[in-house]
Design a protein around this ligand. Structure first.
Ligand SMILES: Cc1ncc(COP(=O)(O)O)c(C=O)c1O
Length: 372
């Protein structure tokens, strides 16, 4: 019953399965870090007792880079010196990084951006704004394959001398499909060097394919590849806005010219704590596994097709007008996403919830489908 729903971070009686958030809430260690460091937000510089009677000057960005390098397995100069080259670019969320890359690479004008359709679409939106703002920019959307995955051959075909950016979300949003590393590597080898390839790995934590390999090694070994990752998903700290890119020194230099989106030190300290919160990450991944299994079973019973997902959301074919289904669910205070349904007619995208949340969604969906 929707009345019994009391979701983390929401008022009671409201079920939101539309933004691919963490239904368990934020990492408790991240919350502790926020509580600790918010006492110091009046200060530009942060200091801490070092435990030996001395003082330590905190450099949150450097601390996060060190923590990320450890967790990503990327070697840094040791001891880490801030001026030494490293592949990290810390920012206030992946959307900000995508917009920054769009501004940096498209605003010279007469440039093109390529993104799959349906894809995440945020960078395409920025390209549209740049064009509307008077800087001619062509947006090329390349349809997915019939298996709902990126059509890398068609994307390659779409590249012209004016193409500045290609963005690939892997696993893809909204379809949850996954490109193998080898296919991405081959694609990047075939892309002309003037094209910057962005690989958005927002959902990498949820991939269970044993052959999965992140594209990070492509970003650290090529000049024209950017991998972006967010703290908004498995770590559950969307509201503080934190994300990062891994890329070449050349791209970092270009991004710095336009950068206006520094991450807050509070967000960074929360991020460092979340990275270390292995129990929260484990539980957060398990919730996704359990909810997807429950949804797959129910969809099979209901005779509804779905796209097996490598993420924390699932696209399901509701065999009716998507918008009508989404609106009827909303009337029952169950919010799911229309993302992708303009192109994939009759499909809706549902984020995972806890098992009780998933049950309420399934009950509401059955009620709605019986009516429409
Ligand atoms: C593919 C993808 N990239 C980026 C984001 C947003 O990241 P952030 O919250 O760090 O801006 C999302 C959020 O849904 C996403 O699906």
């Amino acid at each position: 019953m929707i009345e019994d729903i009391n979701s983390a971070g929401l008022p009671p009686g409201l079920l939101r399965l539309m933004d691919n958030e963490n239904p368990l809430g934020p990492s408790p260690l991240a919350l502790e870090a926020i509580e600790k460091y918010m006492q110091a937000i009046n200060r530009y510089e942060w200091f801490e007792a070092d435990g030996n009677g001395g003082l330590q000057h905190l450099h949150p960005v450097n601390m996060l880079i060190q923590a990320l390098a450890k967790s990503d397995g990327i070697p840094l100069c040791d001891p880490f010196a801030p001026e030494a080259p490293h592949p990290y670019f810390i920012s206030s969320g992946v959307d900000q990084i995508l917009k920054l890359l769009a501004v940096a690479y498209l605003t010279p004008g007469d440039r093109e951006l390529i993104e799959a359709e349906p894809g995440y679409g945020e960078i395409s939106e920025k390209a549209r704004q740049i064009n509307d703002g008077g800087i001619p920019t062509r947006l090329v959307r390349v349809p997915l394959t019939k298996d709902h995955d990126h059509d890398l051959d068609a994307i390659l075909q779409a590249i012209t001398p004016k193409t500045a950016l290609v963005t690939i979300t892997n696993p893809n949003n909204p379809t949850g499909t996954l490109l193998p590393y080898e296919a991405l590597e081959q694609f990047i080898d075939a892309v002309p060097e003037h094209v910057v390839v962005i690989i958005d790995e927002a959902y990498h934590h949820f991939v269970r394919d044993p052959n999965y390999r992140s594209a990070m090694s492509l970003a650290t070994s090529r000049d024209n590849v950017v991998v972006v990752r967010t703290f908004a998903k498995v770590y559950g700290i969307r509201g503080v806005l934190l994300g990062y890119a891994i890329t070449s020194q050349a791209i970092k230099k270009k991004m710095l010219v336009y950068n206006h989106a520094r991450a807050s030190p509070l967000a960074i300290m929360a991020g460092i704590a979340a990275l270390d919160d292995h129990e929260h990450v484990r539980r957060s991944k398990q919730v996704v596994i359990d909810a997807k299994e429950r949804m797959y079973t129910a969809f099979n019973e209901m005779g509804l097709a779905y796209i097996p997902s490598h993420t924390n959301f699932v696209m399901v074919h509701v065999e009716r007008d998507s918008q009508a289904v989404i609106q009827s669910l909303l009337d029952q205070r169950v919010a799911v996403s229309p993302r992708g349904s303009q192109v994939l007619k009759g499909w809706i995208r549902v984020s995972v919830g806890t098992l009780p949340e998933t049950e309420v969604f399934l009950t509401s969906l059955k009620t709605v489908l019986a009516k429409i």
